[in-house]
Design a protein around this ligand. Structure first.
Ligand SMILES: Cc1cc2nc3c(=O)[nH]c(=O)nc-3n(C[C@H](O)[C@H](O)[C@H](O)COP(=O)(O)O)c2cc1C
Length: 366
């Protein structure tokens, strides 16, 4: 049977497991609808909060890291963008409209609020009434919002993240994913706290705190706004190995949890690696910003190619297949010694050197 990308996660039926990650790709209803038309299985909309008037973005707010040899390919991307500055009421209208027009595509609302029970419960309840399929709790934005004790400030404090999840789960009637920051020493602590509070899944990773560089003409850090800068969030291909490691720690610690993996996915082959490490869905932000929404056709074809090559009919057949091959370094040393001994013992006949007695012994079991 040919492979299918259809998959069911937390009871939600995805046409395919590719979602646009929260950020510029899901910035309003027009572009979300366009991405559904082009074939994205789901969209996590740009993060929203109750009072958008507190959100003031700066420009420029992006900076690129280019391949140093050909100076064209973008390998890393930094942003200091905040959550959506569009009015909450506008978003409510748009969510309603999107779900009316695209009932079969999965729309996830990404929400963020201050440490206030009433605010969190209000945002969940009012957004839920629009018919969104799920929530993603943004505990992970690394710039700007932590100054207001939001975003990454919550993901770095498992007790606070747990409390917020408890408030949310009291009122949520659709699946809830908690989105993790990679800017922690132990990536499993906050997921554990959130799962103990009852969330349905984990998304990982958000961007990595970074300084893109210093302009050697002006001697100012970048991106430079009115002569100054602030550390931002790093994403794109360069972060993929870090994302894979952190996702792997989460999927190994919580094997029954649905994990939505992201960080540096720009091809369907990249996505396959996240599934092999135990993810159920994947998300793409920078990869779509740099290649366009149309990249979804290529992502789907490449993932299907990997699945067909390995006889996998569904995403579940691929899921977690590489996990059992992680071990400790000490174990690698032992395995290497055993493998060497076995190789020596089963040396090919044309390697025989003429020490017939030794060679006979090496092939004898007793
Ligand atoms: C410009 C930009 C804005 C972003 N805004 C948000 C956001 O509002 N909410 C959120 O949860 N993540 C946000 N992210 C993080 C992405 O969703 C994603 O977690 C991260 O970029 C890693 O994936 P990628 O390498 O595919 O971009 C943003 C990323 C970028 C590049």
């Amino acid at each position: 049977m040919a492979a299918t990308l259809r998959t069911t996660v937390n009871g939600m039926e995805f046409e395919n497991p590719f979602l646009l990650a929260s950020g510029p790709p899901g910035t309003n209803a027009r572009v979300i609808c366009r991405s559904f038309d082009l074939g994205w299985g789901g969209v996590v909309a740009k993060t929203i909060s109750l009072d958008a008037s507190k959100v003031i973005n700066v420009s420029p707010r992006y900076a690129k890291l280019r391949d140093p040899v050909e100076n064209k390919t973008i390998v890393g991307f930094e942003n200091i963008e905040l959550v959506s500055d569009r009015p909450f009421e506008t978003w409510l209208e748009e969510f309603k409209q999107i779900k009316a027009d695209y009932p079969n595509n999965i729309l996830v609302a990404s929400v963020m609020e201050e440490y206030d029970k009433q605010a969190w419960q209000e945002i969940i309840q009012r957004v839920q009434e629009t018919g969104v399929d799920a929530f993603e709790l943004n505990f992970s934005c690394p710039h700007g919002m932590p100054e207001r004790k939001m975003g990454m400030a919550m993901g770095q404090n498992p007790d606070i993240a747990k409390k917020v999840c408890e408030w949310v789960m009291e009122v949520a009637e659709v699946p809830v994913w908690a989105k993790m920051t990679p800017n922690v020493a132990n990536i499993t602590e906050a997921p554990e706290a959130c799962l103990n509070a009852g969330v349905d899944g984990i998304s990982a990773i958000n961007t990595i705190l970074s300084v893109m560089g210093v302009n050697l003409k002006t001697l100012k850090p970048m991106p430079t706004v009115a002569g100054y800068s602030t550390p931002g969030g790093y994403s794109g291909q360069a972060v993929r190995p870090i994302a894979l490691r952190q996702v792997m720690e989460i999927t190994r610690a919580f094997p029954d949890t649905e994990v939505s993996g992201m960080g540096g996915i720009s091809t369907g082959y990249d996505a396959a690696e996240f599934f092999l490490l135990g993810c159920s869905t994947v998300q793409v932000c920078t990869g779509a910003m740099l290649q366009g929404y149309e990249v979804i056709s290529k992502l789907k074809a490449e993932l299907l190619e990997v699945m067909n090559d390995h006889g996998c009919e569904t995403i579940d057949d691929l899921k977690g297949k590489a996990l059992e091959f992680f071990t400790t370094h000490t174990d690698l040393v032992e395995r290497q010694a055993i493998a060497k001994a076995e190789k020596a013992a089963t040396g090919r006949d044309d390697n025989w050197k003429g020490k017939i007695k030794d060679e006979t012994d090496s092939l004898t079991s007793n």
